[in-house]
Each structure stands twice: as structure tokens, then as C-alpha cells.
Design a protein around this ligand. Structure first.
Ligand SMILES: *Cc1c(COP(=O)(O)O)cnc(C)c1O
Length: 431
């Protein structure tokens, strides 16, 4: 890639959440291996982001590559309407086996946001089939569920700029974000506003939708498992479905295979994505109970009304299968535990820094929250100059590296963060 390519990129290509008229600089990556990203100019960066929760086994994994090439020689794609194929069956067998017993019926779609659309549609069709008018959802402030419209409608209203879509976006119910931290003593009043909202509007609410334990893109917050337990109990009591969005937390990131396990609960609908294919291809799964699936299927439509063109894409299914096989070799619990321990030791002392508001660590996720938002271009340059790829947002500098990262490489990441939070020039002073 040369200067010309970068100019073309700047002038013609949208990147996530960027301006087309005044884009932030982009770094050209030409290849990646294990935990290293290779820049076009030859520099190598240690990846602290796992490409947004996804690349849990690192990049260019020989077994994941092999799974894709083997499938490719059979077929890269075939329609899923009226056709099935071995990779889809093998993947769904594994998904049914590793998720809680009650979750039996799998819908494969293209991305996390679509998995959320599918889950919300399932809840709506479920109540329609039961002859009840329930078309609203209850969720938590500071949540994030994706960028399509239904997903956006249950994202934090401020973060997702609901004001932009006023009059267009459906109106749902928002409980305050949980305050009681993951490892703090449980405070019963934390869940009271949620329980009150649910009781008040129970007849209108199709489902509660939330991210279990870790609120990701909405603030990187870790809440108390007892909160989730009580949400589940309240949903059962009031006869409302529970949708767990484990698109970010699934596949070991929080120290459990699924974050719901911290609270020992089973949702009615579970959404998976991101790390499902080990970060190689886009794929998501929405998994529900036999009861939800049958109720929908016995309703007026006689079917579930969704069917994407690239549903159960064979390449994506094959590589997801292999990623799950790697997880099943069970190296991840020790890897994630070691990352957690090292993140704690290296990041917790940063609480003493004047620029730092909070530090929190859970599983292979380390978060340093600062008082002021980062100067994105400046801090990105700072990190790249130190050989690491860390992409903060707002007041959050966070690490969620591939599970295979070595202690040395992880030290390089935490040292870069420690240096950054001593340098006031990397932060904006305005809120
Ligand atoms: C990333 C994410 C999504 C959306 O997934 P996409 O694949 O980006 O559409 C939904 N929910 C959570 C919790 C996520 O982290």
C-alpha cells in the first residue's frame, strides 16, 4: 500500500464511526500472524484488541486457515433454503452441546446486529403466536447491541444518539445501568428500578434484552452476577422472555465460556457472534428453547420470518467449527486466567495516576477509565510509535488481547497504557 492508496481510502471509504470530510488517520495493515499486526512500512504492532473481541486464537491460525481452505474446495457457499450441508450441521451440533441444555434451536445469520434483530423478532413472534400484544423491550442504560435499527433501539439512548432518529426509532424501556460492581458486595437496591419497570409494564414487554455481566461498547462496565440472577428470576416471575447478548462475552472472554455462567442462569434466547469464527469471518447464531421455537412455529405465520441470503455460509460454519474445536482443547481457561492475573498486577496500580478515574479487570479484559476523553489521533500515534495496537474510545483505554498472547507481549501492552496515562497531552480537557 502506498500514499495513493491511503489518499483513495481517505477520499472514498467509510470506516467505523468516522467522518468522510475529516477522517482520523488510518494505519495500513498488510498481514497479521498470532498477536502481531504487520504495517505496510514493515513495522509490527502487538494487538491488544483481538479485532474487537473476535480474534481469540490470534491471526492466521493454521488450523482455522485449513478449515477454510478444505471447505473452499467443496463449496464456498450454497443457499440454505431447502438445502443443508455438513458444516452447518457440525457447527450447530457443537453449539447445542456447549450452551445450556434448554437452548436447542439455532438460527445462523451474518453478523451480531442481525443476531439481535433475529432475537427481537423471535420474541415478537412468540407473543403474537400466544395472542398477546407485547411489542416493547426492557433493557439497561449503557448497553450496546449493534447498529441496525432494532438493535440501536435498545442501545444506550445517549451513546447511540437516539435523538438523531427521533420519530423513527421504536421506544423501549430503559432501566438504570447496574451500579454494583462484579466483585463488590451485592446491594439489593441496585436491581429495584429494573424490577419496578418490569412489574409496571409487564403486560407490554415482550422480552428483557441485556449483555450479561459485561456492558461492552456502552462503557466497558462489569456488574454483579446477582443482578443478572435477579433479572432472570423477575423475568420468570412476570412471564417475560430474557435475551442474553453474548456477542462480545461469549467463548471465554470473561473467564467463563459464557458470561451467563457467572450467574448460573439460562436465557430464553442467546445471541453469539464476534469470536464465533475465531475472528476470521462474519457469522452469528441466535439460539433459543424448543418452547420458544415451537410457539413461534405454531403461530399465524407458521414459520419464523427471517432468512438471509448468506445464511449458514459454509466457509464461516467450517471455520467456526474449528474455532470451537480449539476452544474444546481447553487451553483457554488457563490462558484467560493468566491474562487476568497479569492485567490486574499491571493495571490496578494505575488507579493512583491523576488522569485515571478507575481501573477494572475481568477475565481477559482490562479497562482503564480516565477523567478526560482521549485525543484519538494523538493517542493512536502514541501507541503505534510504541509498537502496540490499542484503540481507546471516549474515556476508556482497554485491552482484550487474543488468548494466546505471551506474558512479554502483554507487558508491552500494559506498559504502553501505563505511559499513556502519565501523558496529559494525549487527552482532551473538554468533556
Ligand atoms: C459487537 C456487538 C454487537 C454487534 O455485532 P456486529 O457484528 O458488529 O453487528 C452486538 N452486541 C454486542 C454486545 C456487541 O459487542
Amino acid at each position: 500500500m502506498n500514499e495513493d492508496d491511503l489518499t483513495f481510502d481517505r477520499q472514498h471509504i467509510w470506516h467505523p464511526y468516522t467522518s468522510m470530510s475529516n477522517p482520523l488517520p488510518c494505519y495500513p495493515v498488510v498481514s497479521a500472524r498470532e498477536v502481531m499486526l504487520q504495517l505496510a512500512d514493515g513495522r509490527q504492532l502487538i494487538d491488544g484488541m483481538a479485532s474487537w473481541w473476535a480474534a481469540i486464537h490470534g491471526y492466521n491460525h493454521p488450523r482455522l486457515n485449513q478449515a477454510i481452505s478444505t471447505q473452499m474446495t467443496q463449496m464456498s457457499h450454497v443457499m440454505f433454503g431447502g438445502i443443508t450441508h455438513p458444516s452447518a450441521v457440525a457447527l450447530c451440533r457443537q453449539l447445542v452441546a456447549i450452551t445450556p441444555d434448554a437452548l436447542q434451536c439455532v438460527f445462523l445469520a451474518d453478523s451480531g446486529s442481525v443476531a439481535i434483530e433475529v432475537a427481537m423478532k423471535m420474541a415478537l413472534q412468540f407473543w403474537q403466536a400466544r395472542g398477546e400484544q407485547r411489542q416493547r423491550f426492557l433493557t439497561l442504560k449503557r448497553g450496546y447491541h449493534g447498529d441496525t435499527f432494532s438493535a440501536m433501539s435498545v442501545c444506550d439512548p445517549q451513546n447511540a444518539m437516539h435523538s438523531l432518529w427521533k420519530g423513527y426509532l421504536p421506544q423501549h424501556f430503559f432501566a438504570p445501568a447496574p451500579q454494583c460492581r462484579f466483585d463488590a458486595p451485592w446491594q439489593q437496591d441496585d436491581v429495584t428500578p429494573f424490577a419496578r419497570l418490569l412489574a409496571q409494564h409487564q403486560q407490554e414487554i415482550a422480552a428483557v434484552i441485556l449483555e450479561p455481566i459485561v456492558q461492552g461498547a456502552g462503557g466497558m462496565r462489569f456488574y454483579n452476577p446477582e443482578y443478572l440472577r435477579q433479572v432472570k428470576a423477575a423475568c420468570d416471575r412476570d412471564g417475560v422472555l430474557l435475551i442474553a447478548d453474548e456477542i462480545a462475552t461469549g467463548f471465554g472472554r470473561t473467564g467463563k465460556l459464557f458470561a451467563c455462567q457467572h450467574a448460573k442462569i439460562t436465557p430464553d434466547i442467546l445471541c453469539l457472534g464476534k469470536a464465533l469464527t475465531g475472528g476470521t469471518m462474519t457469522l452469528s447464531a441466535t439460539i433459543t428453547t424448543r418452547q420458544v421455537a415451537e410457539t413461534i412455529s405454531n403461530g399465524a405465520a407458521g414459520c419464523f420470518m427471517h432468512g438471509p441470503t448468506f445464511m449458514a455460509n459454509p466457509l464461516a460454519c467450517a471455520v467456526a467449527c474449528e474455532s470451537l474445536a480449539l476452544l474444546q482443547e481447553n487451553r483457554w481457561p488457563a490462558q484467560v486466567a493468566a491474562i487476568e492475573q497479569q492485567l490486574r498486577a499491571a493495571l490496578m496500580p494505575l488507579r493512583a495516576e491523576a488522569l485515571v478515574a478507575d481501573v477494572r479487570v475481568l477475565g481477559a479484559i482490562g479497562v482503564v477509565e480516565t477523567h478526560c476523553p482521549v485525543d484519538m489521533a494523538a493517542i493512536q500515534r502514541f501507541f503505534v510509535a510504541r509498537g502496540v495496537w490499542i484503540r481507546p474510545f471516549g474515556k476508556l483505554i482497554y485491552l482484550m488481547p487474543p488468548y494466546i498472547i505471551s506474558p512479554d507481549a502483554l507487558s508491552r501492552l500494559t506498559q504502553a497504557v501505563a505511559l499513556a496515562v502519565k501523558d496529559a497531552t494525549l487527552f482532551l480537557t473538554a468533556e
